[in-house]
Ligand binder design. Structure first.
Ligand SMILES: NC(=O)c1ccc[n+]([C@@H]2O[C@H](COP(=O)([O-])OP(=O)(O)OC[C@H]3O[C@@H](n4cnc5c(N)ncnc54)[C@H](OP(=O)(O)O)[C@@H]3O)[C@@H](O)[C@H]2O)c1
Length: 286
């Protein structure tokens, strides 16, 4: 992997083709459109939400399924995009569908090809020499408005012009762009899944256990204390571990398991975490 490229020279305006109409396509498409990046067309499977997304982004709607060639009027000529505009295609499709969908977007179709996955390889876009990754470390959703200000967007590309374009996009939407290698990005993706995605399941249990009284807000201070510590303190969070399993308070563990007796999934989760915590405590030097 080569060193990250240095930004230089004026940024070429882009004409964007967005492929997909799921959560990431809505959130990224909306942010780019609202920040003034021209979304020229939305390409997505006919039965999805592509038409509605195209309308929202004031773009053309191209229904397309990957078992067919791209439509005849593809690609747009330079007169349609404007001679000074670079045609960039952003693939916002499921990770598993990326290689197949990407295979349709060679140099005849687009000037550069980008995906927004945290984990898929840049080489999934090998059909195009100007390829890149634009991965926001955020939960993206159609339903909840994304807070882009200061959010990290990880960029990976070896193409100088595309590098400028991707940094420019991140800047326009108010995010903070950073160049990464493939391994760094994939490890961060794994870390995001294990911390944020898995943690949401624990928040689900927080909700289940408090919903009868609506007391979930009482958990906010302990949760934000933990997040603040994680933000401020570079030490391994294990050095701040507490709770009944860490202390070895057997009666408290049993009392919690009794409270969970009608919840087999909660019981399994509690047992698994408690024995993990005890193993880590036993291995811990402190
Ligand atoms: N959501 C997030 O929080 C988030 C954050 C950062 C990055 N990403 C990345 O964004 C990308 C899209 O994720 P998402 O969350 O938007 O997923 P999603 O909501 O499930 O949407 C997936 C999109 O891919 C399309 N698709 C699936 N299989 C396809 C195929 N074989 N051919 C053509 N289109 C196909 C779907 O079309 P239909 O609508 O027709 O099914 C849909 O438009 C992924 O690479 C993901 O890693 C997501």
């Amino acid at each position: 992997m080569s060193e990250p490229l240095i930004k230089q020279g004026p940024v070429q305006e882009t004409s964007l083709t967005l492929v997909g109409s799921g959560q990431a396509a809505w959130a990224l498409g909306s942010a780019l459109h609202e920040s003034g990046v021209r979304v020229q067309r939305v390409v997505a499977r006919p039965n999805g939400r592509g038409a509605a997304l195209a309308q929202r982004l004031e773009a053309s709607w191209v229904p397309w399924h990957a078992d067919q060639p791209l439509p005849n009027h593809w690609p747009p000529s330079p007169d349609q995009t404007g001679p000074d505009q670079s045609r960039v295609t952003l693939l916002a499709v499921s990770d598993d569908a990326l290689p197949e969908v990407a295979s349709f977007f060679g140099t005849d179709q687009t000037d550069a090809l980008v995906h927004c996955s945290g984990t898929r390889s840049l080489e999934d876009l090998a059909v195009h020499p100007a390829r890149g990754v634009f991965w926001p470390i955020l939960n993206l959703s159609k339903a909840v408005e994304t807070t882009w200000k200061g959010a990290p967007i990880l960029i990976q590309t070896e193409d100088a012009s595309l590098h400028q374009t991707l940094h420019h996009w991140a800047h326009r939407i108010g995010a903070t762009a950073r160049d990464v290698t493939e391994v760094q990005r994939q490890k961060l993706h794994l870390a995001a899944v294990m911390t944020a995605n898995f943690n949401n399941i624990l928040l689900h249990w927080g909700h289940l256990l408090t919903q009868e009284w609506g007391t979930h807000r009482d958990l906010f201070s302990i949760l934000s204390q933990q997040l603040n510590e994680f933000e401020q303190n570079p030490q391994d969070p294990l050095t701040r571990q507490s709770g009944p399993a860490w202390r070895g308070d057997q009666q408290t563990l049993e009392s919690h398991l009794r409270l969970l007796q009608d919840d087999p999934e909660g019981t399994a989760l509690y047992r698994w975490f408690s024995s993990l915590i005890q193993r880590l405590r036993d291995q811990s030097p402190t």
